[in-house]
Design a protein around this ligand. Structure first.
Ligand code: BV8
Length: 246
C-alpha cells in the first residue's frame, strides 16, 4: 500500500487523534450504508423515514424500517475497521472516536468511549414522558409502546432535529484540538458532522480520509486512501505500530 510520505510519522507522533466514522465503516459488516447502492427501502426514501414528518405520517412504517435495520445489525459482527479503531483508542493518550452511525458496532468491537452524534438504534425514547429504554435485540411489537401508553421512537437524531449538546460539543472540541483526524466511510454530506474534518484541518491537524470513493473531504485531506476501511485501516495501523525499519 502506497502511503503519502509523512503519514506514518504524523500518525505515530500524534498524541491527540480524532476519528469520524460514517455508515461506510459498517459496510463490510453487511450493514447497508445510508446512501449509495442501498438507495431506498421497500421503495421508501431513508431521508423521509428518518424524519419526524415521516414518523408522524406512518409510525408503523418507520418502525418496520428500524426493526429491519435492527435485525440486520443484530446479525452483523464488527469488522476489522471497528477492531482497529478499538486498538487505536488504547494506544493514544488523547483519542476521540466520533460516529454518525447508530448501529453500536464500535462498542461491540471494544471501543470504550464512543461519541454517538446521531444517537443509537438500540435505545427507545418516549416523546411524552422522556423515558429512555436501552434494548439489546430488535423490538418485538411495532410500534413499541411506553409504560405511559405513548408510542415510543428510536432515540436517534432525525433530519431537521437538533443534535444532542454534550456529544456535539465533545466532537467539535476533539476536532479542534487533534493533531491527526481520520475521516472513515462518510460521504461528508450530513451536517454538522461533515464540518468536523474541515474544522480539524483549519486547526492544523493532518487529515487522513479512508473511503472507496472521493468525497468533499478529499479536496482538502492531506491523504486520501481509496479503498475499503476493513482493509486499509488494519494495514495502516500495522505499519504504525510496527517498529520503524532501521
Ligand atoms: C441539524 C440518524 C439543525 C437516523 C442521521 C448545514 C448546517 C446544519 C444543518 C444542515 C446544513 N445543511 C443541511 C442541514 C440539515 C441536515 C443535513 O445535513 N442534511 C443533509 C442531507 C444536507 N442536518 C440535520 O438535519 C441535522 N440536524 O442540523 O439540526 C437544527 C438546529 C436548531 C434547531 C433544530 C435543528 C441532523 C442530521 C442527523 C440525521 N440523522 N442518522 C438514522 O440513522 O436512522 S444521518 C444519516 O446520515 C446516518 O447517521 C449516516 O451515518 C449519516 C451520514 O451519512 P454517512 O454516514 O456518510 O453515510 P452515507 O451512506 O451517506 O455514506 C457512506 C460512505 O461510506 C460513502 O462515502 C461510501 O463511499 C463509503 N463507503 C462505503 N463502503 C465503504 C466506504 N468507505 C470505506 N470502506 C467501505 N467498505
Amino acid at each position: 500500500m502506497i502511503l503519502e510520505p509523512g503519514l506514518l510519522d504524523r500518525v505515530r507522533g500524534a498524541e491527540r487523534v480524532c476519528v469520524l466514522t460514517g455508515a461506510g465503516v459498517s459496510a463490510e459488516s453487511g450493514v447497508q450504508t445510508f446512501r449509495g447502492s442501498a438507495g431506498t427501502w421497500e421503495g421508501h426514501d431513508p431521508m423521509r423515514l428518518a424524519s419526524q414528518e415521516g414518523f408522524d405520517a406512518d409510525p408503523e412504517l418507520v418502525w418496520r424500517w428500524y426493526r429491519w435495520r435492527q435485525e440486520r445489525i443484530f446479525a452483523a459482527a464488527p469488522n476489522a475497521a471497528h477492531m482497529t479503531l478499538a486498538d487505536m483508542e488504547a494506544h493514544y493518550a488523547g483519542f476521540c472516536l466520533v460516529t454518525q452511525n447508530v448501529d453500536g458496532l464500535h462498542a461491540r468491537a471494544g471501543s470504550r468511549s464512543v461519541v454517538e452524534l446521531h444517537g443509537s438504534i438500540w435505545r427507545l425514547r418516549c416523546p411524552a414522558d422522556g423515558e429512555l429504554v436501552e434494548i439489546d435485540r430488535p423490538v418485538d411489537e411495532v410500534p413499541p409502546r411506553c409504560r405511559c401508553g405513548a408510542t415510543m421512537r428510536p432515540d436517534v437524531v432525525w433530519f431537521g432535529e437538533r443534535m444532542p449538546e454534550v456529544p456535539l460539543e465533545a466532537a467539535f472540541r476533539a476536532a479542534a484540538e487533534c493533531q491527526v483526524m481520520f475521516a472513515v466511510g462518510t460521504s461528508a454530506i450530513v451536517y454538522p458532522a461533515a464540518a468536523l474534518p474541515s474544522l480539524a484541518k483549519s486547526s492544523g491537524a493532518y487529515v487522513v480520509e479512508v473511503n472507496v470513493e472521493p468525497t468533499p473531504i478529499s479536496a482538502y485531506a492531506d491523504a486520501f486512501l481509496c479503498g475499503a476501511a476493513g482493509e486499509l485501516l488494519p494495514a495502516i495501523w500495522s505499519e504504525v505500530v510496527l517498529p520503524k525499519a532501521l
